[in-house]
Design a protein around this ligand. Structure first.
Ligand SMILES: Nc1nc2c(ncn2[C@@H]2O[C@H](COP(=O)(O)OP(=O)(O)OP(=O)(O)O)[C@@H](O)[C@H]2O)c(=O)[nH]1
Ligand SMILES: [Zn+2]
Length: 211
């Protein structure tokens, strides 16, 4: 069964902060040791010159790719402005990279994130919507959970009257291996509140799809 629980914001054996300095910890030496094991297991020589620094590099790369495990969406969405806006705010074509939790290879594409602000006259910064996408993308993920987590986080932190998230992705686990269908796109959506109304939803979808 899929586990929809929020990952923990702290990991055991704290060793080093992720590169963006948003708190939380990664056990870099442990990642390095595991990468060395993988290299040995596939029949490589981790001590040859080309691979000598690879475990260290991979650990550094993983700290970046999984940094979202240690970031708090509430903190990002906490920056709000006193702007009364009754209609939809939509940031579309937000590029992102995530990691398929089944194969630990990338899936990547675009996210479209929209909301109808709460009646309290406050909106969040536009960049915060893109930051929110990254916080959830930079974790081991499946596309469906990524989509609903972004929508649920908007609802929890901004109390909007409605929210919509549409994500279009290519999964490398379907392109470079396995079924090998490069170019196949998976589209997922999550809709909350007033965006369930057919006319509002249709308006959002036409804004999202009208390129
Ligand atoms: N629903 C969903 N499935 C995903 C996602 N990312 C990868 N998958 C799928 O996860 C499934 C894992 O299937 P398994 O049969 O357990 O693993 P596998 O033998 O590697 O499967 P193949 O990829 O078909 O070779 C595959 O069908 C993947 O396409 C995702 O974000 N959402
Ligand atoms: Zn996969």
């Amino acid at each position: 069964m899929t586990n929809f629980d929020e990952p923990h914001f702290t990991a055991p054996a704290a060793q080093a902060s992720p590169p963006d300095g948003h708190g939380g910890h990664m056990d870099l030496p442990r990642i390095e040791a595991a990468v060395r094991e993988i290299l040995l297991a596939v029949g490589e020589d981790p001590d040859r010159s080309g691979l000598m620094d690879t475990p260290k590099r991979v650990a550094k790369a993983y700290a970046e790719v999984f940094a979202g495990l240690h970031q708090d969406p509430g903190e990002v969405l906490g920056t709000t402005f006193d702007i009364s806006h009754e209609e939809m705010v939509l940031v579309k074509d937000i590029p992102f990279y995530s990691t398929c939790e089944h194969h630990l290879v990338p899936f990547h594409g675009s996210a479209h994130v929209g909301y109808i602000p709460s009646s309290d006259g406050r909106v969040t910064g536009l960049s915060k919507l893109a930051r929110l996408v990254d916080i959830y993308a930079k974790r081991p993920q499946v596309q469906e959970r990524l989509t609903s987590q972004i929508a649920d986080s908007l609802v929890a932190h901004l109390k909007p009257r409605g929210a919509i998230v549409v994500i279009e992705c290519e999964h490398m686990c379907m392109s470079m291996r396995g079924v090998r269908k490069p170019g196949a796109k998976t589209v997922t959506s999550a809709v909350r509140g007033l965006l369930h109304e057919p006319a509002t939803r249709a308006e959002a979808m036409s804004l999202i799809l009208g390129r």
